[in-house]
Design a binder for this molecule. Structure first.
Ligand code: CA
Ligand code: CA
Length: 338
């Protein structure tokens, strides 16, 4: 990719001798990504290690309702930015954004400057919560850009519009705080999983348009970089749709270890096999699947929620299967009470 960018940059330079065409800041969507990530959550919710785009929720947490603290991160090499617009939504009414948990990072939150440090140890003071875009100058943090944020509860959407500050443009381009685009989040907020959310897989993601008649700068999620010539002869903006990483929120179904369409003998036997294998080896697994599938099965298999997966769970799964097999709508609570 890097070699390709060099080749394209030099080709663009050659072309500029003939015409005023500007090189693109980002050659492809892969060069700039808006990434939603799970950041923190209570017990019973797992943000998969190494995969912050996958969040697994236990049946108990989904029953009771739960909060996932999430953020949007920028993943890019170059902070060549003029405008970022993003709209985030969830695909279920059961997952909503908690407006009160959002604070605009370019608004001062401290009455007097607070001492902080960059990841490399550089000390600085700030009246702002540091976020992805900005710089430390003379020992003080200067957040770059202005951010408009609004929650549209009727559409269950979070709308964000970021602009490079006018007074900074040209003189100083935007920069990533701490020298890495995702050393800090861009924004953070809580997503609430409503009590009683049903098992399944849900998406919190960036809204995209598949309307080919829209210009890039009319789509719900895009970014723009300023390529105006230095001679002041006019404004040239290059707009693009970045890559986007959505978050999958998987709510496990109690007892349905193999995630097929029923709770039955196979789920019980998977639990028993796992319990036996686990007694011999800590590396025993409940599934042959991904880490997220394994975590989903672990939540599903511990039907009485005591933190152990063993023969007690297997027998409760069998009771549940038998009861429902003969048409009784027996609840897990009734089975656990015995
Ligand atoms: Ca099953
Ligand atoms: Ca158990």
């Amino acid at each position: 990719m890097r070699d390709m960018m060099k080749i394209m940059a030099s080709a663009a330079c050659a072309a500029m001798l003939l015409s005023p065409i500007q090189a693109h800041a980002y050659d492809s969507a892969d060069d700039f990504t808006f990434a939603l990530r799970g950041i923190a959550a209570a017990d019973g919710i797992t943000i998969m290690p190494g995969d912050p785009q996958t969040v697994v929720v236990s049946p108990k947490s989904a029953d009771e309702g739960a909060i996932v603290h999430m953020g949007i991160y920028l993943e890019a090499q170059e902070a060549d930015l003029s405008i970022m617009q993003m709209t985030v939504t969830s695909d279920t009414e059961d997952i909503t954004f908690v407006k009160d948990t959002f604070s605009n990072p370019v608004r001062a939150v401290y009455a007097t400057p607070v001492e902080m440090a960059l990841p490399d140890g550089t000390a600085f003071t700030s009246r702002y919560e540091p976020y992805a875009v900005g710089r430390v100058k003379n020992g003080a943090y200067d957040p770059d850009g202005s951010l408009t944020a609004s929650f549209v509860s009727a559409e269950n959407a979070l709308y964000l519009l970021w602009n490079h500050s006018m007074q900074d443009s040209k003189v100083l381009s935007a920069s990533f705080l701490g020298g890495r685009s995702d050393a800090y989040s861009f924004v953070e907020f809580d997503a609430a999983i409503a009590a009683g959310t049903q098992p399944g897989s849900y998406t919190v993601g960036f809204k995209k348009s598949d309307d080919p008649t829209l210009r890039v700068d009319q789509t719900p999620t895009y970014l723009s970089s300023d390529h105006s010539p230095d001679d002041g002869s006019g404004s040239v903006y290059v707009d693009m749709i970045p890559a986007m990483k959505d978050v999958q929120i998987i709510v496990a179904e109690r007892g349905n270890v193999d995630r097929d369409d029923q709770i039955g003998a196979r789920d019980a036997s998977d639990v028993l096999k796992y319990s036996t294998a686990r007694a011999i080896s800590d590396s025993a697994r409940l599934t042959n699947g991904t880490a997220a599938e394994e975590q989903t099965a672990l939540y599903a298999g511990d039907v009485n929620g005591d933190g152990e997966i063993n023969a007690v769970d297997a027998s409760m799964i069998l009771v549940y299967a038998t009861e429902h097999g003969v048409g009784h709508d027996t609840s897990w609570e009734e089975i656990i009470r015995g």
